[in-house]
Design a protein around this ligand. Structure first.
Ligand SMILES: *Cc1c(COP(=O)(O)O)cnc(C)c1O
Length: 391
């Protein structure tokens, strides 16, 4: 096989169909292009799909994480906990609210939050009276966390739970869809093009609590209400609106919601295809010096990412060498994630190497292989053969 002949293979890629394009064009020809009726339909459809009561769409999952923290009253006196093996947005949302952030290490097999560490840290925090107000769990690569155990451990401290499920729409646990918020207060999905389904940019917050829904909506649009029943000043004229809190403009346009509505029809197909491709990788890479993804029996992962860890004792190459050689062949490998606490910005806040050993060891060894629903068997074979040759 000619090693350089292949078109570059990205690590992820959106799938846009003719139907998707038509849905967006229809909105362009309608009266609403910013937030209008399609956003409402999209919210209802996502809520129905995951079996949650309410959904609030926004212009990104980053905005939705911020809205979730605001709705849960996170403020300067408060602490938010999350994991280091995530995108920076899971932690930044705390800082937007003036709160402090701290990190709980990950489990070595699922790369999600480590339950034993969580238990230990809760005990210490209880003694020192530095318990968090919010815990943001991250369904890494699309695999749900042990949410019911996490709820049980944190309930007595009244810690609120946000599930950052940016990777995980379509995933389920014990047959129940992630996003149903049975064991959390709010769940967030991202619709960035590399994620499971896309709205170009976009995010959503799911909840079963009407008060949280109302607050996320209020903060999404400048803190302004037009609802006559909520007006604080009496005798307000019919055209008036009132600002009640300091909100933002985090609205999703109807154009984007139309794309999302159209894409949502294929979410189960995408997750199925991602699982099929992951299984192919599992079968073909099992004899190489790589730690392959582990999905708990009770979970269906959405497989947003397929990550392998290089076994540094057994492999004849370092992670760096392997990464560079794969990139040389046009294979869009990536690293998910450099631990959040080791970014220069977070180090300036006082975090140091050695703070979360599992996440740090993981990040030294991980490589994300290309995986997206339109990946052809040819493309996947090319990746597999390159790995077999190089290792
Ligand atoms: C992508 C991602 C986000 C942010 O999503 P945007 O829609 O790009 O703002 C947040 N958390 C995690 C874990 C992500 O992967």
């Amino acid at each position: 096989m000619n090693k350089r002949k292949h078109q570059p293979i990205p690590y992820g890629r959106q799938d846009i169909t003719e139907d998707d394009i038509k849905s967006v064009i229809d909105v362009l020809k309608s009266d609403f292009i910013t937030q209008g009726p399609i956003v409402g339909s999209f919210e209802d459809s996502v809520a129905e799909y995951v079996d949650a009561k309410y959904a609030v769409a926004s212009n990104s999952a980053t905005s939705s994480l911020h809205l979730a923290c605001l709705a849960l009253n996170l403020g300067p006196e408060d602490i938010l906990w999350t994991v280091p093996n995530t995108f920076v947005a899971s932690a930044n949302c705390a800082l937007y609210c003036g709160a402090k952030v701290d990190f709980i290490d990950i489990d070595k097999s699922t790369y999600n939050i480590d339950i034993e560490q969580l238990k230990r840290r809760l005990k210490i925090a209880e003694k020192k009276k530095i318990l968090p107000k919010i815990l943001v769990t991250v369904a890494f690569a699309g695999q749900p966390c042990d949410q019911e155990i996490i709820r049980e451990l944190t309930e007595k401290y009244e810690i609120k739970i946000i599930e950052d499920a940016a990777h995980a729409i379509g995933a389920s646990r014990n047959g129940q869809k992630i996003g149903n918020c049975l064991w959390s207060d709010i769940t967030i999905f991202s619709f960035h093009p590399v994620k499971i389904i896309t709205t170009a940019e976009g995010g959503i917050g799911l909840t079963n609590d009407k008060k949280l829904r109302d607050k996320m909506e209020l903060y999404r649009s400048h803190g302004i209400t037009r609802d006559k029943n909520r007006m604080l000043q009496t005798n307000s004229p019919i055209w008036s609106y009132e600002q009640h809190v300091l909100g933002f403009n985090y609205r999703m346009p109807d154009l984007n919601a139309a794309l999302g509505l159209s894409q949502l029809k294929r979410v189960d197909d995408y997750v199925q295809k991602r699982n099929f491709l992951a299984q192919q990788y599992n079968n073909q890479l099992s004899d190489l010096p790589l730690q392959l993804p582990f999905v708990r029996r009770e979970n269906l992962s959405a497989f947003h990412l397929y990550v392998v860890l290089v076994d540094q004792n057994e492999a004849n190459k370092s992670r760096e060498e392997l990464f560079n050689l794969l990139r040389d062949r046009g294979i869009g490998v990536n690293i998910h994630y450099m631990p959040v606490h080791l970014h220069p910005f977070y180090k300036d806040l006082g975090f140091k190497e050695g703070y979360c050993l599992n996440a740090e060891d993981y990040s030294q060894r991980v490589i994300t292989l290309p995986l997206f629903p339109t990946m052809t068997s040819d493309e996947q074979k090319f990746v597999i053969e390159a790995l077999r040759e190089l290792l």
